[in-house]
Design a binder for this molecule. Structure first.
Ligand code: GDP
Ligand code: CO
Length: 390
């Protein structure tokens, strides 16, 4: 892959936001590396990417998506990555989880990938959380809540179980396997470029095509991401005193983290998750509030944003879904202890009802979990954890 080096970096305490990087060429080959533009681009060989892939898990959260889409997504993930599918799909009257399991089994018969599958509402899994006292992911009945963030968190735990260093997230509702492949390569390239072991790579979609009056139109920004990014930028400005547009990926569903960073972050429930990752990094390592982790302060946190070549084509889920996403993303910014009055006032315009306090649940960071004990119980009690290997 040949991609642009970041043109600008904005520092917020120990957090380094790097400007969006363009991909120039998806495959850089092995021999003829560019020489003229050496200082402007990074040329990353397939071998380097392969090395990261072996240490990376790709987590796919899925809830009642079409099987064909999931199969396409699986086909786009590099063979060397571990694949973790965390399903929140319905079990009755139609058992969609069982359908997913059958499809993955058949798929894997031909490719022999390393794939793990689990259902989010697995009673054994919930019991394991309950027994070790990790209640922040459970509902009132003591079962893991539904929600994308909850699925992501389970994916993180399975990534840790298998000792991987990096984790990337890919949605299951993607129509273009080639785009999925590009996301995985972008994650690997980002980790190669990051200087700190605490790093995050967020995908910025080049276009999100849609059909407008019978024609394909290629808008540049998703509506939600544009507004949430805008408010994250206003927040940064209100501390630094300099206007900025550095953040372009406020709601990047497609993103990846080093496990060293992933284990330190709490996660906001549902669709607020991606925005909260940035907010929480600012809270923990931005220097406004006391920093709990001097090791991180010493190394810094790298947040890279890389723009794809492939357009992002996924299931259209309607305006209500978009509105919900926007509300939760803004809510999580509004209710942050570092949110300033100016930013709050600007956010208030978007709320349908006045927000006094947030109702968004948060999942504690992995470092608060008794991991060995949790794993022991989970492996023993889980009814749905399946490992596909011929
Ligand atoms: P958008 O693409 O950001 O508009 O959000 P989607 O609705 O497409 O969700 C992103 C991904 O998360 C998709 O693969 C969904 O199937 C999946 N997802 C959404 N909610 C849940 C959930 O509650 N549990 C699980 N396991 N996956 C979910
Ligand atoms: Co989607």
């Amino acid at each position: 892959m040949i991609l642009e080096l970041p043109r600008r970096t904005e520092h917020f305490g120990a957090v380094r936001f790097h400007d969006v990087q363009r991909v120039y060429e998806l495959d850089s080959g092995t021999r003829k590396f560019p020489t003229r533009s050496r200082d402007a681009v990074a040329t990353i060989s397939s071998q380097e990417i392969d090395k990261i892939n072996e240490k990376m898990a790709i987590v796919i959260p899925i809830k009642d998506e079409k099987l064909k889409l999931l199969e396409g997504v699986l086909s786009g993930i590099p063979h060397d990555c571990l694949v973790i599918v965390v399903s929140g799909s319905q079990r009755s009257p139609v058992d969609r989880f069982m359908m997913e399991k059958q499809m993955i089994k058949q798929f894997n018969h031909f490719v022999d990938d390393e794939i793990l599958l689990i259902h989010q509402q697995d009673l054994g899994l919930s019991e394991a959380f309950k027994t070790v006292g990790f209640n922040s992911i459970l509902d009132k009945e003591g079962i893991v809540r539904s929600g994308k963030a909850e699925a992501m968190f389970i994916g993180l735990l399975l990534t840790k179980m298998l000792g991987k260093e990096y984790v990337g997230f890919v949605d299951a509702d993607n129509y273009v396997p080639g785009a999925v492949h590009e996301y995985a390569e972008i994650y690997a390239a980002g980790f190669i470029l990051a200087e700190s072991p605490y790093s995050m790579v967020r995908v910025s979609w080049v276009y999100k095509p849609k059909i407008v009056q019978d024609k394909l139109f290629f808008p540049k920004f998703g509506r939600v991401s544009e507004i949430s990014s805008q408010h994250l930028n206003r927040l940064i400005e209100s501390y630094t005193g300099f206007g900025t547009d550095i953040i372009k990926t406020g709601n990047a569903g497609e993103h990846a983290m080093s496990m060293r960073l992933a284990e330190l972050l709490p996660y906001a429930s549902g669709y607020a998750v991606e925005t909260y990752e940035i907010i929480n990094a600012l809270e923990q390592f931005g220097g406004v509030l006391p920093c709990a982790n001097p090791q991180v302060t010493a190394k810094g946190v790298d947040i890279l944003q890389i723009e794809t070549r492939n357009p992002h084509l996924h299931e259209v889920k309607g305006d209500e879904h978009i509105q919900d996403m926007l509300q939760t993303s803004l809510d999580i910014i509004y209710n942050s202890p570092i949110c300033t009055e100016t930013v709050k006032n600007s956010i208030l315009k978007y709320f349908e009802v006045t927000k006094e306090s947030s109702s968004i649940n948060k999942i504690d960071p992995i470092i608060k979990l008794d991991f060995p004990r949790f794993m022991q119980i989970m492996k023993e009690k889980s009814q749905t954890l399946t490992e596909f290997r011929e």
